[in-house]
Each structure stands twice: as C-alpha cells, then as structure tokens.
Design a protein around this ligand. Structure first.
Ligand SMILES: NC(=O)c1ccc[n+]([C@@H]2O[C@H](COP(=O)([O-])OP(=O)(O)OC[C@H]3O[C@@H](n4cnc5c(N)ncnc54)[C@H](O)[C@@H]3O)[C@@H](O)[C@H]2O)c1
Length: 374
C-alpha cells in the first residue's frame, strides 16, 4: 500500500524507518503545515514533499499516517476519510470521546479503516503476558495497580507545549499505553472514579532550542483513581508529571492464584515477573520473541526492541483480508472514552460509566508476525 505521512515532527523518523521492518507498505510522500519540516523529511527519506491538501487529494496514496499534534488528530483523520483514504493515527485518537464518536460515524459511513497507536501492546511482553493470563496461570485477574510518574516533558522535547494542553497530560499522553495494555490483558472497563491536581500552573522549558520559554499548564498534571473492569477486576492508578523520583513498578496484576508484574507498556519487550501464590518471582524474558529481539539503541546507547509500525502493518493486512484489525477504531475509541472519563470523573467529582464495551483484541501470534516482517 502507498502511504503519505502528515506531520513531520519528532516521531516521524520512527515511522519512516519502520518501512524497513514490515513488508506491506511504502511511504511515498509527506506533508506538514510547517513546509520546512516536510521538505527536510522528504529529502532525508527520498519521498515527495506535498502540501497537506495535495497529499490528501493524491490518487497515488491509499492511506494517511497522522503524526500531527493531538489537537489536529480529528481534523486530519476526517479529511483523510472524506478523501477516500484509510488513516492510521498517533495517539490519542482525538481530544475527547465526542470527537472520537464523530470519527467512528464517518469511518462507518465511508467503509474505511481508522487505526490508532499505541501498538506496543502487540510487542513481546504484552502478548506473552496476555497468553499467561488467557492460560489461567495466575488465575482470574481481580486486582491491580499502574503507576506512571515523572517530571514531565519540558526537559527533552523540542516543542513541549502540547503536552500541557487538553488532549495530552499524563493520562492522554502516556497513560494511553498503560490503559491499552490493560484492555488487552483484562478486557473492557465499565466505570471510573478519579481525582486530579496540578502542582504548578506554569512550566519552564529546559530543552533546546526554546530553553527558558514558559508554558501555561491547561490540563491536570496528576490524575489518581480506580478503573473497574467489566469482569469486575479493580485497578488503582497514579499518573503524574509532578514527581521527580519514585520506586513503583509500572503494572502489577493480582490473580486468584498468583501475581504478575508487566514491564513498561511504552516498550515492546522487557522481563515479566510471575509468581504462584506466595512463591518467589519467576523472571520471564521475552527477548527471543519476534517483537522482543533488540533492534535499536535508545538515547543512552542501550539496545531495545522497537517495532512501532506493527499496528499499521497489521491494519493494512486486515484491510487486504477484510477482517477487524488489532489496533482497531473500536479499541482506541474505548481507550479514548476511558481517558476522557478519568478527566470528567475528576472534574465533576462523579463516577463515570462507560458506554463502549469492545472485546479484547485478538492475540498476535509469531506466525502472524512472520507474515508481516520483511
Ligand atoms: N515524540 C514521541 O516520542 C512520540 C512518541 C509516541 C507518540 N507520539 C505522538 O505523535 C504525535 C506527534 O508527536 P511529535 O512528538 O512528533 O510532535 P511534534 O510537535 O514534534 O510534531 C508534530 C508535527 O505536526 C505538524 N502539524 C501540527 N498540526 C498540523 C496540521 N493541522 N496539519 C499538518 N501538520 C501539522 C507540526 O508542524 C509538527 O511538525 C503526538 O500525538 C504524540 O502524542 C510522539
């Protein structure tokens, strides 16, 4: 499938590079409201640099990858659909649940696919954890916790303003990985109870090139509460960009027969820990699974597995075979409703009841992955 990228910022490199991993798409053009960003990416990756309108109208392109900022996600997804193109978007699907439902209505009317990141739950750790749970090795999951705490994004991202506006914040920007992983592992959420806080109303950028610029904080930087799943499991969460240091593990799940610690769901691999009743932790390494094999170095020079693009590749395969994709619109709309519900529950001091109730995404086997890899 021929693909056009809209949004040539920080994450675009990952998508340009991932066409070297998967076998069913080719990026042929890119666009950005910032023409210089588009032409730089175009010359680096040897593709056409087009205007946003030109890429949307191009007959050569079947699918748009949307890598714009969250405030532009709905606009670019809907314009792709109106132009007869499928769309795979970076997270979050949209700024709120209402926007997400409008996207779903249009995608259904047009019979086109919309998919959305994150796809990290399709990685080795997420799929191995899912298999262990489905095989009942820790019994029915009844309780859990997830914790993501740091001191925000203004120390590394060149343009960090959007992180502190509605549509981002710790839940929409990072919690989305945890929530998607939990829906993969436990199933849908039925209700939410949350509180929020904002430690400081202004952030000072310490990254380059805007060192010293101030950002007005317009969305809560801490959200805490609980998710109750359709299967009655209860998971307590703490998402914050107001914490310098902490010692929590990322996701812990407690089953009737044992416990599991799931590694950071922002990554494709990492060790799982499981224990039966109160036995010692058993370490399960996932580095030999196809989407766990280390394939690149992070900024500190450590090898890690990064297979971003698997969700897109799997969606293209689903389009060809006329079946539901794993990173489906249904899943991302549910995750969006959970994130919006967390904010609403905190703002309005009420228990938020969900209206969406998707099935768990289907397991992605090693055989499925072999068919998609180059
Ligand atoms: N940076 C990361 O590590 C990372 C990782 C995963 C996901 N994401 C997600 O990817 C998205 C983009 O993040 P980023 O870090 O690349 O942001 P960025 O600010 O570096 O890049 C966004 C680009 O989109 C362009 N843009 C904005 N509005 C547009 C519009 N209406 N039409 C066309 N172009 C438009 C901007 O000019 C900019 O070049 C976000 O939703 C983010 O949550 C980022």
């Amino acid at each position: 499938m021929n693909i056009g990228i809209i949004g040539c910022g920080n994450i675009s490199e990952t998508y340009f590079e991932c066409q070297k991993i998967f076998n069913n798409f080719k990026i042929v053009a890119c666009a950005d409201i910032n023409k210089e960003a588009a032409s730089n990416a175009a010359s680096k990756y040897n593709v056409k640099s087009l205007s946003v309108d030109e890429i949307l109208e191009s007959n050569e392109i079947d699918l748009i990858i949307n890598l714009t900022i969250p405030a532009a996600h709905k606009e670019i997804i809907t314009k792709s659909l109106y132009n007869g193109k499928h769309c795979f978007s970076e997270k979050p699907l949209a700024m709120n649940f209402k926007e997400g439902m409008e996207i779903q209505k249009l995608a259904t009317e047009k019979s086109l696919y919309v998919g959305c990141a994150p796809d990290t739950f399709l990685g080795a750790a997420g799929q191995r954890a899912r298999k262990i749970i489905d095989e009942n090795k820790i019994g029915k999951v009844v309780l859990g916790t997830f914790n993501l705490m740091s001191h925000g994004m203004e120390d590394w991202h060149p343009n960090p303003d959007f992180f502190f506006k509605p549509g981002a914040g710790p839940v929409f920007d990072v919690g989305v990985y945890y929530i998607t992983q939990l829906v993969n592992l436990i199933g849908s959420v039925k209700q939410i109870n949350a509180i929020s806080g904002t430690a400081t109303n202004e952030r000072t950028i310490t990254s380059q090139p805007r060192y010293g610029d101030k950002i007005k904080v317009e969305t809560p930087t801490t959200l805490m509460g609980s998710l109750e799943f359709t299967n009655n499991a209860k998971v307590q969460f703490f998402c914050s960009w107001d914490v310098w240091k902490n010692n929590h593990s990322t996701i812990e799940l407690y089953g009737l027969d044992g416990s599991m610690i799931v590694p950071d769901p922002n990554f494709f691999s990492g060790d799982l820990l499981i224990s039966n009743k109160d036995s010692d932790w058993e370490v399960i390494s996932n580095d030999r699974m196809l989407l766990g094999i280390p394939n690149m170095r992070d900024n500190d020079g450590n090898l890690q597995a990064n297979y971003r693009g698997i969700g897109l590749s799997e969606m293209i395969d689903s389009i060809s075979n006329n079946r539901k994709s794993r990173c489906s619109l249904e899943l991302s709309l549910h995750v969006l409703e959970i994130m919006d519900g967390i904010i609403k529950s905190a703002e309005e001091n009420m228990i938020y009841q969900l209206s969406t109730n998707p099935d768990k995404p289907e397991i992605l086997t090693e055989e499925d992955i072999k068919n998609l890899k180059l």
